[in-house]
Design a protein around this ligand. Structure first.
Ligand code: S3P
Length: 158
């Protein structure tokens, strides 16, 4: 069964997934390969709703694997995805406070997220507030990642 990492942008899902499983699957990379363009480009041309549809199909496919799966931060906004994740037995939420996440997202020049580019800090915080209880609801394990090294986080994951 796939071990699934969820959490807001900047929570370290891909980094930790890579440490847990060198052949982990990154949902954003999987989608990028399918759409043949960057997620930022796709958002600007087709809109977020079209992206969410692709993301939903990808989740169904990828939950079937035996790998560690790093999800996109917005996977929990679709009720059907929350249902799937709730039923799945190995979901880990990498939890952090908004300010920590915001500084990380801002500093990550190699991955400029479309929502970071299109929203104010206040709007992003509202997104975070909306999503946090959803991450908690689907998780089997919650790990506060603030102040922990990747190795410590990895060791905390069952
Ligand atoms: C999104 C998070 C991104 C990516 C897309 C939308 C979101 O993934 O799926 O930009 O809505 O939070 P990461 O959480 O891996 O940055």
């Amino acid at each position: 069964m796939a071990k699934v990492l969820v959490g807001f942008m900047g929570s370290g899902k891909s980094t930790i997934a890579g440490l847990l499983d060198p052949s982990f699957v990154d949902m954003d990379a999987y989608i990028t390969e399918q759409i043949g363009t960057s997620i930022t480009e796709y958002f600007s041309v087709h809109g977020e709703e079209a992206f969410r549809k692709i993301e939903q199909v990808a989740l169904v496919d990828l939950l079937k694997g035996e790998h560690v799966l790093s999800t996109g931060g917005g996977v929990v906004i679709v009720p059907a995805n929350r249902e799937l994740l709730s039923q799945h037995d190995d979901v880990v939420y990498l939890q952090a406070d908004f300010e920590t996440l915001y500084q990380r997202i801002k500093a990550d020049k190699s991955n400029q997220r479309p929502l970071f580019l299109s929203k104010t800090k206040e709007e992003l915080e509202a997104l975070f507030e909306e999503r946090r209880s959803w991450y908690e609801a689907v998780a089997d394990q919650i790990i506060n990642v603030v102040g922990k090294t990747p190795k410590e986080i990895m060791e905390a994951i069952k």
